[in-house]
Write a protein that binds this ligand. Structure first.
Ligand code: ATP
Ligand code: MG
Length: 351
């Protein structure tokens, strides 16, 4: 195909903690996946994160942002300070780097596949087939920083955190979710709490109904967030594509990672579906300073993020091969502890 003869420029942000270790394996697997093919990748490493801030005082300078913008995609490890590290203001890296990146590059779809692979122990009594994706809205909801505190520090303090839901923002993420569903098992579940969060909930419901007219082949279901958490544990096979807002999505995707074998396997994409800026692919886990530098981190989530990236770039065949190599590796070796590089080598050699 046309995409197969393309040259891609990829920004790589290893970040902090185990970030550089898992990204090294992800890059190894990417190279193996495209070796001998017509698609070429040129990689440019960008230093960002807590360590970089300590060294330079920079979180995400506009000039770095501009350079990131020029790439076709971003592969990201993890950033953040070790808990209790008094040298770094709490939340600084999250707000001034991660959120700035997400808002500037308009990553309005946070995509998180949840699949229980053969060979992975599940905490569920009878997991059945678990294979769904969560499409979480990424730029609105209560995470936009719209709020404040009145009478702060007094017994009469009033703290507000306003959830923003725009017709434009909801519609584009809902349409993205319907498209995903059409490419999968054609079932979409909206997760919200419209009986209590009336205004936002009704906008989401009306939008799903309206956009659903364009996708008559996709079955639509609705669940309250609390019911959805129950079904994710008791009957996860009922889900194909879940669409939900930023806050509910944050919570339910961690649950989804837990029922499919844990955070070492959970991949994600922060996607700009209009392709007006590069999308970013990253493991769901954080920098995990407790195991950093010891070759103890599982690079699998980062490697599965490479598969998501290849798929987004139109290299579906290479994406499927990475996914299959990971599944084969896990089916053969289970989730027993292996060195980070050993897992990367095994998956690369399967390719
Ligand atoms: P965040 O600030 O994003 O929550 P974190 O550093 O707390 O990041 P988590 O992703 O929450 O890290 O991970 C919690 C713990 O799970 C880590 O401290 C680590 O022990 C373990 N862990 C996380 N990622 C991995 C991995 N890829 N392989 C093995 N263990 C991991
Ligand atoms: Mg954590």
């Amino acid at each position: 195909s046309a995409a197969d003869s393309q040259a891609f420029s990829l920004a790589v942000i290893p970040g902090d903690g185990i970030g550089p270790e898992v990204i090294a394996e992800a890059v190894k697997v990417l190279r193996a996946a495209v070796a001998g093919g017509a698609a070429g990748f040129e990689l440019a490493e960008h230093k960002l994160g807590a360590e970089h801030w300590l060294a330079t005082g920079e979180t995400l300078p506009d000039e770095t942002l501009a350079r990131l913008r020029a790439h076709n995609a971003i592969l990201f490890g993890a950033v953040g300070a070790a808990p209790g590290d008094a040298r770094i203001p709490s939340g600084l890296i999250e707000r001034e780097m991660l959120l700035k990146l997400r808002f500037s590059l308009d990553h309005y779809v946070n995509l998180r596949p949840a699949k229980l692979f053969q060979g992975v122990p599940s905490p569920l009594a009878s997991p059945g087939e678990v294979d769904f994706v969560v499409v979480r809205e990424g730029t609105e909801g209560p995470y936009v920083g719209n709020g404040g505190a009145l009478r702060e520090g007094t017994p009469h303090e009033i703290a507000t955190e306003v959830s923003i839901n725009t017709a434009h923002g909801v519609e584009r993420v809902v349409r993205g979710a319907f498209r995903r569903a059409r490419a999968r098992r054609r079932k979409l579940t909206l997760v919200h709490k419209h009986t209590v969060l009336v205004h936002a909930g009704h906008l989401w419901r009306r939008t799903v109904e309206a956009v659903g007219q364009e996708f008559p082949d996709v079955a639509v279901d609705y669940l309250h967030i609390d019911a959805a958490t129950i079904f994710m544990v008791t009957d996860p096979a009922r889900f194909d594509v879940i669409v939900t807002d930023n806050l509910f999505g944050d919570i339910i995707t961690d649950l989804a990672a837990a029922v499919t074998g844990g955070i070492g396997l959970a991949a994600s994409g922060n996607i700009n579906m209009d392709r007006t800026a590069p999308s970013m692919f990253e493991p769901v886990h954080g920098p995990a300073p407790d195991i950093a530098g010891q070759q103890k981190a599982a690079p699998t989530a980062a490697i599965l993020s490479v598969a998501l990236m290849l798929d987004h770039l139109g290299l579906a065949e290479a994406a499927a091969r990475v996914q299959e190599a990971v599944e084969k590796d896990i089916a053969g070796r289970g989730t027993a502890a292996r060195a980070t590089a050993e897992i990367g080598d095994a998956i690369a050699s399967l390719l």
